[in-house]
Design a protein around this ligand. Structure first.
Ligand code: GLN
Length: 202
């Protein structure tokens, strides 16, 4: 299987490592392909959008000409996991907890509404055990994370957290082969990457 990981900004190495371990656990062969230009999207079975800074990644996607191609790929059903900034890029509705509406470039492919920096600033980052539907307990690492505050249409919530500031919010959602995670599964486990590879095998 060929799995592309967007490698413009953010935590490419951690995702590459998690994907290789998940592949080993499933006994499948995986080539991890760094995606920096549109032609790197050729023949991919799955994709990962890294965490980082969604405004920066969005701007770089635009500058490299990847934005439109990536949108087509995701819309055509290539299984994709977006973590944190990646989840923000997949959302159809994005606003910031402090500044409100943002006009940042996004892919806008999932029926989810996200609030950036919903749990506070960098120093308010936290970890929590979360219960993921169909998977079980996963350690969630939330780094200046967004919250998914609404899902509609084809999207369904898979996990929630209860947080003193943000309240009870969705932190993992899926729409067909697209998965948006507010936390960073690549930093704690291989469960969500295995889930992605299983979707890609179908
Ligand atoms: N706060 C960042 C953003 O809005 C996301 C942080 C992350 O990916 N860990 O893009």
């Amino acid at each position: 299987m060929r799995v592309g990981v967007i490698a413009l900004q953010g935590d490419f190495p951690e995702h590459a490592y998690a994907l290789r371990r998940a592949a080993e656990e499933l006994s499948v062969e995986v080539d991890v392909v760094p995606v920096k230009r549109p032609h790197h999207l050729r023949d991919l079975d799955a994709l990962v959008l890294t965490g980082g800074e969604s405004t920066t990644i969005g701007m770089l996607l635009k500058r490299t000409g990847l934005l439109g191609h990536l949108r087509d790929h995701l819309s055509s059903g290539v299984p994709t996991l977006g973590t944190c900034a990646g989840a923000i890029l997949m959302a159809k509705e994005v606003r910031d907890a402090v500044v409100g509406p943002t006009s940042q470039p996004v892919l806008g492919v999932m029926d989810i509404s996200v609030v950036r920096n919903a749990f506070g600033r960098q120093r308010d980052s936290f970890e929590a055990d979360i219960d993921v539907e169909g998977i079980g307990k996963v350690r969630g690492v939330f780094i200046r994370a967004p919250a998914i505050v609404k899902v509609w249409g084809g999207a369904a919530p898979l996990a929630h957290v209860q947080h003193p500031r943000a309240g009870r919010v969705i932190v993992l959602a899926q729409q067909g082969p697209l998965i948006a995670s507010a936390f960073h599964p690549e930093l704690s486990s291989t469960d969500i990457h295995r889930h992605l590879l299983v979707l890609a095998k179908k």
